[in-house]
Write a protein that binds this ligand. Structure first.
Ligand SMILES: [Zn+2]
Length: 499
């Protein structure tokens, strides 16, 4: 492959105009853009005309397939009332050709009466066609009577049509409402969108328990259209857990997939597992969606096979149980880089236990904004110490930022913006620009075992970078999201492609 030179860029944090020389996907040289610059004979020249260049952004935890699927289904995130949801559902059916309604990202806390719709409510959309409405957290759903009729087990377990946690597995997939070509197109558009925003790598929870047999081939097919774009799989084993299922994951060359398990649900759905009852519902402390014995078996199997485990734990009890198990089964240096995803309800004691186990935290700065109302209600005084991501970083926990898309948008500038702002009313929880950037690049690369290849702009590293029309570091939290990504480069491949 010929050399490519990316001319006239400002590389963060240096203020000096530079040229980046790339060969075979690697940065071969970074030269000052002055009279002494080499003439790069024979190299393909791309003049970036003073753009500001950053290491490619990584999303440390998202759901690529669900994000693409959500683009196909009805987006319910902006409905502020049950009536508006019903109206949109009726219109979609009236437009013809649909097999049913599959709505995603509903946030019923926006409703005047903030409860999930019941079957009788959704029957107002249709009594004949299936109607499924999934909450924004993905841990709670509502279905109409037609769906209950089709799935007797569900009718027994959720007679009112409100479906909780593991029962969601019983629902037909959004996929069954669309064709494979629809999904292929939506996946392609999702990756194009990420590249247009400066994302060069994702760690994505698609395969396994929530996936379908054909997903892996479909993903491979779409990803092959985007050379250099890095996809790491977070694989969720089926339940009940069978250790044999993980053996295939260990049997790959290079970086192995991570194992993703869920220790609890979500705060919005009151299924995040708390030590003490919910402040707005003393009847419940949430749900244990695994159990100690299975969780321990997952860690023991993963340790034996050399696999990393990422545990979804939002509540303090879910986190504490995870730490109990890790303290008894894992090497304190954590060579497999086991990580917690979310870690939203914590205290300093839990954070120091995470640090002592060298555990990494994959967190979502955008949640500190979007969850703040519901989290205050659910947690009461515990909210003060919740979403304590800055404290985790201060105390020495490795922290990687992520969107958890489709929960939040796949736009790294929005995540940066949320990190710069911190928790509402808590300036100490705000990150500096340099810190926030690190958690979206270098530290995120560490969690995916890629820190020696990428996450930094240096000679010998992969040519993974994003060029913006202005100096992001000089923006404040208000203006940073106005910046435009003008080009993304994945291992030397240029997006949008240049002929
Ligand atoms: Zn997730």
């Amino acid at each position: 492959m010929a050399h490519t030179v990316f001319k006239n860029v400002f590389i963060h944090p240096a203020a000096r105009r530079s040229h980046i020389l790339v060969q075979d996907g690697k940065i071969e040289a970074i030269d000052p853009a002055d009279d002494h610059a080499p003439d790069y004979e024979g190299a393909k020249v791309i003049d970036l005309d003073g753009a500001f260049v950053y290491p490619g952004f990584r999303d440390a935890h998202c759901h690529l397939l669900s994000t693409a699927e959500a683009a196909l289904g009805l987006d319910a995130s902006n409905f502020k009332s049950l009536d508006s949801l019903i109206e949109a559902g009726r219109q979609a059916i009236a437009s013809g050709g649909v097999k049913g309604i599959y709505a995603k990202r509903l946030n019923e806390t926006h409703f005047a009466h903030p409860v999930m719709p019941k079957a009788e409510d959704l029957d107002r959309i249709s009594e004949d066609l299936p109607v499924i409405v999934v909450r924004v957290c993905g841990h709670l759903a509502s279905v109409n009577s037609r769906v209950l009729k089709d799935i007797p087990e569900l009718a027994e377990r959720a007679p009112d049509g409100v479906v909780l946690e593991n029962d969601i597995d019983l629902l037909p997939s959004l996929r069954s409402f669309f064709t494979k070509d629809d999904l292929h197109r939506a996946l392609k558009q999702t990756i194009e969108y990420m590249l247009s925003k400066g994302i060069t790598a994702i760690s994505s929870n698609d395969l396994g328990r929530f996936g379908k047999d054909e997903d892996e081939a479909l993903l491979d097919d779409v990803l092959s259209l985007f050379p250099g774009f890095s996809y790491r799989s977070q694989y969720a084993p089926h339940l009940p857990f069978d250790p044999k299922e993980l053996e295939a994951l260990a049997d790959v060359d290079g970086i192995k997939p991570a194992v993703k398990v869920f220790r609890d649900g979500s705060l919005g759905g009151k299924t995040a597992w708390l030590r003490k009852p919910y402040s707005d519902d003393k009847q419940t402390s949430g749900q244990d969606t695994l159990d100690d014995e299975t969780h321990r078996a997952v860690f023991e199997t993963a340790n034996r096979l050399g696999l990393q485990v990422m545990t979804h734990a939002i509540g303090d009890e879910a986190l504490s149980r995870t730490l109990d198990i890790l303290e008894s089964v894992s090497d304190p240096l954590n060579p497999l880089r086991h990580a917690i995803v979310h870690a939203q309800v914590t205290d300093d004691r839990l954070i120091s236990r995470m640090r002592n186990l060298a555990l990494a935290a994959i967190v979502q700065p955008l949640f500190t904004r979007s969850d703040s109302k519901v989290a205050k209600r659910r947690l009461g005084t515990r909210y003060r110490k919740a979403y304590d991501f800055k404290q985790m970083a201060n105390m020495g926990v490795k922290v990687a930022f992520s969107s958890d898309a489709p929960v939040e948008p796949l736009d790294p500038l929005l995540t940066l913006q949320a990190a710069l702002r911190g928790k509402p009313g808590d300036s100490l929880s705000a990150f500096s620009f340099d810190e926030a950037l690190l958690h979206q690049t270098k530290e995120a690369a560490f969690i995916d075992f890629e820190e020696e290849n990428t996450g930094m702009l240096a000679v010998g590293f992969d040519a993974d970078f994003a060029a913006f029309d202005r100096d992001l570091r000089l923006q404040d939290a208000r203006t940073i999201s106005d910046a435009k990504c003008v080009m993304t480069v994945t291992k030397g491949h240029v997006w949008p492609p240049k002929s």
